[in-house]
Write a protein that binds this ligand. Structure first.
Ligand SMILES: N[C@@H](CCC(=O)N[C@@H](CS)C(=O)NCC(=O)O)C(=O)O
Length: 215
């Protein structure tokens, strides 16, 4: 069997999939590419992922590459059912997918807009500032909503599970994005506790240390 290959890049949304893969505990070949150097637009990489984006989970034996975070999370959870990355019962799994899709939509619709504000505004400074201000407000609303949801759940996890699941990992990453945008989140205590739990997961901590080394 050829190991699955996770193509990713540090300090990107690929880090979320890297964390999920670590939590799954699978033997995966993690390969870092440089977006700055344009590695993701080379013919070789486009043959693996025609979208020219990270993350991409290549399954050499199946001749398939899976992209989009919720889909990659689902594959990882099914390949490692004992990991608890997603619940195994139908309702728990559907609720897990619901949160993964929610995080994914918010990432694109709120946080990525903020990160790309200048490009989206065509370089117009005033429009860039307006876009950024609006996304900061919406980012804060997004995280406050998730914080309240966590407060209602047992164990302080999105699905009420004792251990963290893939949606918890995704949500903790959104909190990190908020940090880059200077959104105040200290009062979101449930979310802060969840993020600490995710960061303390031994396999995730090891994966993140590796990302620090790669830079
Ligand atoms: N919807 C994709 C988002 C992937 C994405 O936007 N990746 C960014 C890094 S955060 C990327 O590769 N950007 C390079 C580009 O678009 O040129 C997912 O769920 O993985």
């Amino acid at each position: 069997m050829t190991r699955p290959i996770l193509w990713t890049s540090t300090k990107t949304s690929g880090t979320i999939v890297h964390s999920m893969a670590a939590a799954a505990g699978l033997d995966i070949d993690v390969r870092f590419i440089s977006l700055r150097n344009g590695d993701h637009k080379t013919p070789d990489f486009l043959a693996i992922n025609p979208k020219g984006e990270v993350a991409a989970l290549q399954l050499p034996d199946a001749g398939v590459t899976i992209t989009e975070i919720p889909a990659m999370a689902l594959w990882l959870a099914e390949a490692a059912p004992e990991s608890g990355l997603l619940p195994r019962d139908a309702i728990g799994r559907a609720k897990g997918m619901e949160w993964l899709c929610w995080c994914h939509f918010r990432m694109a619709n709120v946080f990525f807009i903020a990160f790309q504000a200048k490009r989206l505004a065509g370089g117009d400074e005033a429009m860039t500032a307006t876009l950024r201000a609006s996304t900061v407000t919406r980012g804060r609303e997004t995280l406050a909503f998730a914080d309240a949801a966590l407060g209602r759940m047992a164990n302080g996890t999105l699905l009420g599970t004792a251990g963290i699941t893939a949606p918890d990992i995704f949500l903790a990453a959104l909190l990190n994005f908020a940090g880059f945008l200077g959104i105040a989140t200290d009062d979101l205590v449930h979310l802060q506790a969840l993020a600490a739990k995710v960061a303390a997961h031994p396999a995730i901590a090891t994966a993140m240390a590796r990302e620090q080394e790669v830079g």
